[in-house]
Ligand binder design. Structure first.
Ligand code: E4P
Length: 217
């Protein structure tokens, strides 16, 4: 399963890329609004660091505007993926941008029927938001299970990109279900490797080692 970083922070992306486990990056207008500097220059820099798919989202809500912004985003770098929301105009834009060989990530997906339409419109990625569904007492992971099953039934090539991941259980459950990608905030990527028993165990190994060296000295 691929791991993407869900952030616009170049500093955080550089640190995660250095781990050697980063496959791509997703951004959205809220994440990019927090970062200093020019948005296009920042996205270009992110592509150079990651050398994998980097999603940048349109802010237009009409078809013509999404097409204009989508083409502009795609020109930033060959790794750029255009994110469009799952609306009526977003479905049309997904189909039209995909027909121009522009990769599209359909975002703000909260139901299986939406995911089915994203795949039929030729999306490269579909982004169901698990955390935000959990927030309203609806199982985000159940949605992932349904989408994976529907895409498998019809051999859709759209990759299931699990978004709005809040904790390691989201990632582990997604991997068990066969989802293609999880996009995680940097704090959640840290949670994937941090374990108190690893820290306690390492501390004890090092103490025992030091003691044995002192005896031998
Ligand atoms: C997806 O690409 C979005 O950027 C993101 O995962 C949204 O997550 P949030 O619900 O934590 O804002």
């Amino acid at each position: 399963m691929k791991i993407f970083a869900d952030t616009g922070s170049i500093k955080d992306i550089e640190a995660i890329a250095a781990l050697g486990i980063l496959d791509g990056v997703t951004t959205n207008p809220s994440l990019l609004a927090k970062e200093p500097g020019d948005v296009k220059a920042n996205l270009k820099k992110i592509c150079e660091i990651v050398k994998g798919p980097v999603s940048g989202e349109v802010t237009a809500t009409d078809f013509a505007g999404m097409m204009r912004e989508g083409r502009d985003i795609a020109k930033i770098d060959p790794h750029m993926v255009v994110k469009v929301p799952l609306t009526r105009d977003g479905i049309k834009a997904c189909k039209a941008l995909s027909a121009e060989s522009i990769k599209v990530n359909v975002t703000l997906v909260f139901s299986s029927s939406q995911a089915l339409l994203a795949a039929k419109a030729g999306a490269t990625f579909v982004s169901p938001f698990v955390g935000r569904l959990d927030d309203i007492a609806t199982s985000g992971m159940e949605l992932i299970r349904e989408i994976v099953m529907i895409y498998d039934n019809y051999n859709f090539t759209t990759e299931v990109l699990v978004a709005s991941c809040r904790h390691p259980i989201h990632i582990v459950e997604a991997a068990k279900m066969g989802a293609d990608i999880c996009t995680c905030p940097p704090s959640v990527i840290d949670m994937l490797y941090n374990h108190p028993l690893t820290n306690i165990g390492l501390e004890k190994f090092l103490k025992d080692w030091e003691k044995s060296q002192a005896v031998k000295a």
